[in-house]
Design a protein around this ligand. Structure first.
Ligand code: SF4
Length: 212
């Protein structure tokens, strides 16, 4: 994709959805961190279903610790890998209370030092909670970036770095939401829905999928 095509690609996505938001439900930064930590290899819908009940009783690290490991597991049993996620979340809560006054830290370094929090989770929190222009490259963004020619790369970090170079500054804060939504609903893994894709004329992928 050329710079002009990239500009038009994001202008089109923004026109269709000026204020994209994450589909994970949360009401404070700790809830967001928890939801993202739980969402690895799980759907947002499945995470939301569990966290609606969980956050009603534990929406701070202190309350999560008071719930205890078994109590937490009981709430997230329906989510894949729940045992290790529960363990990581309890360890993370302990560090938040002991080292950060019960708050979620704002730096990448401190976020990535939390158990269960990798680069992608840190990128989501920095972007969604703190408005930083980070690119949290998940499976959808990785696929869309490569397929369209927007930001090709062999691994998520290479794609992230390409996106940071190639996405125009005006679109950087919201870019990762638009790309996730495009990948989730239109540019799907097995069969991209090119016939109804708003950005088809700017995308390098060939041949485009014809209408069924
Ligand atoms: S035209 Fe097809 S391949 Fe390109 S972004 Fe749209 S759905 Fe994906």
């Amino acid at each position: 994709m050329t710079a002009e095509q990239i500009q038009a690609f994001f202008a089109t996505l923004r026109a269709a959805n000026p204020h994209p938001v994450t589909e994970l439900e949360y009401t404070n930064v700790f809830e967001l961190l928890t939801a993202v930590l739980l969402s690895a290899q799980a759907t947002d819908v499945g995470v939301n279903k569990a966290t609606r009940r969980l956050f009603a009783v534990a929406n701070t690290p202190q309350k999560m610790l008071a719930l205890g490991l078994e109590g937490l597991e009981g709430h997230i049993r329906t989510i894949g890998l729940y045992r290790s996620k529960a363990r990581h979340l309890m360890q993370t809560c302990r560090i938040l209370v002991e080292q950060h006054g019960g708050e979620v830290p704002r730096t990448r370094e401190a976020l990535e030092a939390l158990p269960g929090v990798g680069r992608k989770t840190a990128n989501v929190v920095l972007n969604v909670a703190f408005g930083e222009p980070t690119m949290a490259v998940d499976t959808h963004i990785f696929r869309v970036s490569n397929r369209t020619g927007l930001a090709p790369g062999k691994n998520p970090l290479a794609v992230e770095q390409q996106l940071l170079r190639r996405v125009p500054p005006a679109y950087r804060v919201d870019a990762h939401h638009w790309l996730i939504l495009l990948g989730r609903y239109v540019c799907q893994a097995r069969k991209p829905r090119c016939w109804e894709c708003a950005v088809a004329s700017f995308c390098d992928f060939k041949p485009k999928t014809p209408a069924p």
